[in-house]
Design a protein around this ligand. Structure first.
Ligand code: X2X
Length: 336
């Protein structure tokens, strides 16, 4: 008698669990998240962290699946924003550089020697300029949620140390597919050539290009010194923030709770990744030096020579970015 009753309860329990899990899977939804770099890099780890937090907080109702190596855009990272806007990709943790062809305001961060240090980055992203940049993204059909950081970009090459603009003379430098970079490296007398990250590594290996520019974390993890890049100059000429974002239709299809949760988890993952990236800079530099790379630091005077040589880029691009955004950023930097 007791046995039968507990059996019945057990069976009812099972049926209930089955019902529950059916309801659950009917609701469970997976969003694709594009990144350029994999989880070997802080950038990929930022996206994975976001996915982890979403899984935890949503109880499995909403999941993020990260697709690294620009695979959702066949390696062409400058198409990521358009793909997210059109709904081919649900979400992304992307670089301001790669999205700048579609969102001109994002060129703000690529202005050479404009944002000199971490405090300046935080003042810009956390202030009015950051708000204007997010509005610019939203006006183009994508919902921005939070900031992350690829880092300050440093230049490397296989020929010799770079400590003045003349040292770049005639060097073939791989740059990302955004026209501003073409202007910066031309102004410095180099011979810039645009290509995706996917194409950059073979080009460095074969010597088709002499140099490249990327944050220390990318240089370190991708072992760029092992493809002949033996000279590295620390010039902090620009910072490359990352942005966590979601396609607008996807965003509108979510409940308010889900939206709040997605934003909160993106902010947490972004803050976590920014702190980690910055903390790791000095050990990455030490590791790079240990592998035999010549590291050049600039005196104030040498730094100023680069600033002067790229002044024309600032003048050409500030109006394209928008005076309001540039002025807001400048004010935030001055007040930091
Ligand atoms: O292509 C690059 O250099 C990289 C990986 O840093 C970006 O996607 C901006």
């Amino acid at each position: 008698m007791t046995l039968t009753r507990s059996m019945a309860r057990f069976t009812a329990g099972l049926a209930g669990a089955a019902l529950l899990s059916a309801a659950f899977s009917a609701q469970a939804r997976e969003l694709s998240v594009s990144t350029v770099l994999s989880e070997a890099f802080p950038w990929g780890q930022a996206a994975e962290k976001w996915a982890e937090l979403v899984e935890e907080r949503s109880g499995g109702e909403l999941t993020l699946r990260v697709y690294p190596n620009s695979q959702l855009v066949s390696g062409d990272q400058t198409r990521e924003f358009s793909a997210m806007r059109s709904g081919l990709i649900d979400a992304a943790v992307g670089s301001t550089i790669n999205w700048s062809p579609q969102v001109p305001e994002l060129n703000l961060f690529s202005l050479p020697f404009f944002i000199p240090d971490e405090a300046a980055v935080d003042a810009v992203t956390g202030g009015d300029a950051g708000t204007l940049v997010f509005e610019a993204i939203e006006s183009r059909g994508v919902i921005p949620l939070a900031w992350g950081e690829n880092g300050f970009r440093q230049v490397s090459n296989s020929r010799g140390p770079i400590s003045q603009p003349d040292d770049l003379d005639g060097l073939k430098i791989r740059v990302v597919g955004s026209p501003l970079f073409q202007d910066t490296f031309s102004a410095l007398g180099a011979d810039p050539t645009q290509m995706s990250w996917t194409d950059a590594q073979p080009a460095l290996t074969t010597g088709a290009v002499d140099g490249q520019e990327n944050p220390l974390s990318v240089f370190d993890v991708a072992r760029i010194d092992q493809v002949g890049q033996e000279h590295l100059t620390l010039w902090n000429y620009m910072n490359d923030p990352l942005i966590f974002a979601v396609n607008q239709q996807v965003w509108q299809s979510l409940s308010e709770e889900q939206q709040a949760m997605l934003r909160e988890t993106a902010e947490e993952a972004g803050a976590w990744e920014i702190a980690m990236t910055r903390e790791q800079e000095s050990e990455r530099l030490a590791a790079i030096q240990e592998r035999g790379v010549t590291v050049t630091e600039l005196t104030d005077e040498q730094y100023q020579a680069f600033v002067d040589a790229t002044q024309s880029v600032y003048e050409k691009w500030a109006p394209r970015i928008g005076e309001e955004v540039v002025n807001a950023a400048q004010a935030a930097i001055d007040a930091r």
